[in-house]
Design a protein around this ligand. Structure first.
Ligand code: KIV
Length: 263
């Protein structure tokens, strides 16, 4: 069965939703093979696989290239393409055009957009034109220069009220679900209870309707420090480094290839 945005939406209150990022056909097929219903081609690929410091330099061509690869690697999961910085901020028309490219050129099933009330008009235009939208509020990495860094959001009552308005605006505009990034667990739960669409938390506590993590963080591949909200389910960095060092040692010692690997 192929997951759709409408089916994901009906999971609220039925069961928690696991979401993971993927960046190419290989990582996507691993995620899909674990029966994870939604895969996000996050612009986090700027840091995880392209070597940038932030998500800000990531452009449409890079996102289209990686999203198309993820779509080819997936059979069942819903594929959500993250719209990169400045692909939708300048105007609703530009956002509509670029979102359409993800559907037409990269076979995405939905797009993700950062922002609350200020993005309601765009979300409504996308949904009206047949493009499902995953909202994203709280810490928005495309706004880190304005937010002053990667900080927990919604700590004051005024910020919490603003986040509630944002969440309501995104839901009313027609998003099928919403990422809540880095907010206190209590606020994550309050927002999740107030909304009729699923919340997908990342650093937003156990009260959310689902959780999303970055593929390389969960598997401990990068060898770099990870945020507090990450749980490493494996330490693949040391497994991979050990395997690569063994290969190098054996090539240098002349013990690889052995007769079993020879024709
Ligand atoms: O870019 C990304 O991977 C994301 C998720 C972490 C929510 O936006």
């Amino acid at each position: 069965m192929k997951w759709t945005a409408a089916k994901i939406r009906t999971l609220k209150g039925e069961r928690k939703i696991a979401v993971l990022t993927a960046y190419d056909a290989l990582t996507a097929s691993l995620v899909d093979g674990a029966d994870i219903p939604m895969v996000l081609v996050g612009d986090s690929l700027g840091m995880t696989v392209l070597g940038y410091e932030t998500t800000l330099p990531v452009g449409m061509d890079e996102m289209l290239h990686h999203t198309a690869a993820v779509s080819r690697g997936v059979e069942h999961a819903l594929v959500v393409a993250d719209m990169p910085f400045m692909s939708y901020q300048p105007s609703v028309a530009l956002g509509l055009e670029n979102a359409g490219r993800f559907i037409k050129e990269a076979d995405a099933d939905a797009v993700k957009i950062e922002g609350g009330t200020m993005r309601a008009e765009l979300i409504e235009a996308l949904v009206t034109n047949g493009i499902p939208v995953l909202g994203h509020i709280g810490l928005m990495p495309q706004s880190i220069k304005e937010m002053g860094g990667y900080k927990v959001q919604g700590k004051t009552s005024e910020q919490a009220r603003q986040l509630m308005d944002d969440a309501m605006a995104v839901e009313q505009a027609g998003a099928f679900a919403m990422v809540l990034e880095c907010v206190p667990a209590e606020l994550g739960e309050t927002l999740s209870k107030a909304l009729t669409i699923p919340t997908i938390g990342i650093g937003a506590g156990a009260g959310c309707d689902g959780q999303v993590l970055v593929f390389t963080d969960l598997l401990g591949i990068s060898g770099k420090p990870v945020p507090k909200f990450v749980k490493k389910y494996a330490d693949l960095n040391s497994v991979i480094t050990e395997a690569l060092s063994s290969y190098r040692n054996e090539v240098e010692a002349g013990s690889f290839p052995a007769t079993e690997q020879e024709y």
